[in-house]
Design a protein around this ligand. Structure first.
Ligand code: 4AD
Ligand code: MG
Length: 440
C-alpha cells in the first residue's frame, strides 16, 4: 500500500467537491471548542483543514487535538471552495492519520534572531518566507536554462576540481589531490566552457563556484552558483544584448509563475515589470563622472581616481540613477581578468561590462569579449604572473580555429536576492557557506 497523497495542495482546485487524501506537516493549529483548524502544508502550498467534532469519529478528533506544530500526518476530507481561504479552498476533514508527532519544534511562530535561525537552517527552510525564496530560486534556475535551451544553447558541464586559477589567485580554495599536488575549487567554469563553445557554438555551464573571499558582506558567499553562457563569433555588443534578453525573460517568467511567493515576500513588483530590454549603458569613465557629481548622496561613497575599482557604495549610487539594471562597460584593463579583449580603439580599457542591479544589490553579471589571439593571450597570462604551461590547453583554443567570442557569468544568489528584495544573499541558497559558517 502506498502512503502517497491523492493530490497536492497546489492542485486542489481540480478536486472541488471531491474527497482527497493530503499528506504533509502541521504549520499551525487553533482550537475553538468543538472545532479544530489545522493549517496543513505539503510543500506545494497550505490549506486550512477543518475538523468539526460532530462530523468525525472520536479517534479522529482526539488525533487532531494531539497534533503539534510540524507533526507529519495524512488527512482525508472533502474539498470545499471558500472565498475567504488564502488558497480558495478548505478541507472538511473526515479522517486523520498521524505519521509522526513532533515535540518542542525549535522554530516557534514568533521572532527569532538571525543567528538562531542560521543554526537551524535545516528546519528554517520550512518557514513560509524561506520557502518562497527557495521556490523562486528554483524557478530562476529553470527559467534561465529553459530560455537558453530555447535559443539553441547546449549545457556543457565544467569541472569543480581544477588545476589552475581562472579569476585571480588570491581567493582560491585548495585541496590536496593525490600525487598531483593541489587541486583548486573552481572560481568559474569559464575557461572550460570556452572549449565547449568551440565544439557547440552556444553553450552554458551552471554550477557551484567557490571564492575564498574574506568578505563579510550581504552580497558575498564562499560557495555560490553561477550560470555562464559563452557564444562563438559574439562581440561585446552581442554579449550585452544576450544578457538583457536573458535576464528580462527570467524576471518576466518569475512575475507570471511566482505570484504567491512574491506576495509572501511582499515584493513591490512594479520595479520588476520594467525589466525589459534594452538596459541603459554607461562607460566606466562616465560612471566616474557620475560618482564625482553625486558621491555625497550615498554614505561611504568617495570620489574615485581613474583605475580604481568600485566599492559597494559606488554600485549603489550608480543604481539609483537608473530604473532598470545598468551596464557599466569598458573598465581599465588593470582591474579585470587576464582573458578580456582590449578595446582596439583604446587598449587601456577592455571590452567588458558589469551589470549593476537596481535597489543596491550590486553586480549581478560580469562578462566580456575574450582575447582570441594566442600571442596576446599568452602575453597576458605571463603579465598576470601565471604559469603558461598550465594554460596550454586554453591557448590551444586560440591555435585551432580561433574566433572572436564572448560570454558572461550571472550570480544566482544575487539575482534571486534582487528579484525577491531580500536583504542578505544567505537566505537565497539552502545552505549558505560564508566566512564564519559551515554548519549545518
Ligand atoms: O565577475 P565574476 O567574478 O566573473 C567571472 O567569474 C567570469 N569568469 C564570468 C564569465 O565571464 N563567465 O563573477 C560573476 C558573477 C558576479 O557578477 C556575481 O553575481 C557573482 O558571480 N559572484 C558572487 N556571488 C556571490 N558571492 C560571491 N563571492 C561572488 N563572486 C561573484
Ligand atoms: Mg565581476
Amino acid at each position: 500500500m502506498s502512503l502517497l497523497p491523492t493530490t497536492s495542495i497546489a492542485r486542489i482546485a481540480d478536486y472541488d467537491g471531491q474527497a482527497v487524501t493530503l499528506a504533509g506537516w502541521v504549520y499551525n493549529k487553533t482550537e475553538k471548542g468543538r472545532l479544530i483548524f489545522i493549517l496543513l502544508r505539503d510543500g506545494s502550498g497550505t490549506i486550512q483543514c477543518v475538523i468539526f467534532k460532530k462530523n468525525v469519529a472520536e479517534e479522529t478528533f482526539a488525533a487532531a487535538r494531539e497534533l503539534t506544530q510540524e507533526s507529519s500526518c495524512r488527512i482525508t476530507g472533502m474539498v470545499r471552495a471558500d472565498e475567504r481561504a488564502a488558497s480558495g479552498y478548505e478541507l472538511d476533514v473526515q479522517e486523520i492519520e498521524v505519521v509522526h508527532l513532533t515535540h518542542d519544534y525549535p522554530i516557534a511562530p514568533k521572532e527569532h534572531g538571525i543567528e538562531f535561525l542560521m543554526e537551524h537552517r535545516h528546519l528554517w527552510v520550512r518557514s513560509s518566507r524561506q520557502h518562497a525564496l527557495l521556490r523562486i530560486r528554483a524557478e530562476v534556475m529553470a527559467a534561465a536554462q529553459e530560455w537558453l535551451n530555447s535559443q539553441g544553447f547546449v549545457r556543457f558541464d565544467t569541472p569543480i576540481l581544477t588545476g589552475t586559477a581562472a579569476e585571480g589567485t588570491s581567493d582560491l580554495f585548495a585541496t590536496p589531490y593525490f600525487d598531483l599536488g593541489n587541486a583548486y575549487l573552481a572560481q568559474t567554469g569559464q575557461l572550460y566552457v570556452e572549449a565547449g563553445m568551440m565544439a557547440f557554438g552556444k553553450v552554458y555551464t551552471f554550477g557551484p563556484t567557490f571564492r575564498a573571499e574574506k568578505s563579510k558582506t550581504r552580497r558575498h558567499l564562499t560557495e555560490f552558483w553561477m550560470l555562464e553562457p559563452e557564444v562563438a563569433f559574439a562581440t561585446h555588443e552581442d554579449n550585452l544584448v544576450l544578457q538583457e534578453q536573458m535576464l528580462s525573460a527570467i524576471v518576466q517568467r518569475v512575475l507570471s509563475t511566482c505570484v504567491r511567493e512574491l506576495e509572501v515576500l511582499e515584493r513591490d513588483t512594479t520595479a520588476l515589470q520594467r525589466v525589459q530590454p534594452p538596459f541603459p549603458r554607461i562607460t566606466y569613465d562616465a560612471a566616474l563622472d557620475l560618482i564625482r557629481e553625486h558621491h555625497t548622496e550615498v554614505e561611504g561613497c568617495r570620489v574615485l581616481e581613474w583605475g580604481e575599482d568600485f566599492g559597494a557604495p559606488h554600485e549603489t549610487l550608480i543604481a539609483t540613477k537608473f530604473d532598470k539594471p545598468v551596464f557599466v562597460e569598458r573598465f581599465p584593463t588593470s582591474l579585470k581578468a587576464f582573458y578580456m579583449q582590449p578595446d582596439p580603439a583604446r587598449p587601456e580599457v577592455v571590452l567588458c561590462a558589469d551589470l549593476i542591479a537596481p535597489e543596491g544589490y550590486g553586480e549581478l553579471i560580469g562578462g566580456s569579449q575574450r582575447i582570441h589571439d594566442a600571442t596576446l593571450l599568452e602575453q597576458r597570462i605571463r603579465d598576470f604572473g601565471l604559469n603558461v604551461e598550465d594554460y596550454q590547453w586554453y591557448l590551444d583554443l586560440r591555435r585551432y580555429g580561433s574566433v572572436p567570442h564572448s560570454g558572461f557569468g550571472i550570480g544566482l544568489e544575487r539575482t534571486v536576492a534582487w528579484i525577491c528584495n531580500t536583504h542578505h544573499i544567505r537566505e537565497t541558497i539552502p545552505f549558505p557557506r560564508m566566512l564564519y559558517r559551515l554548519y549545518p
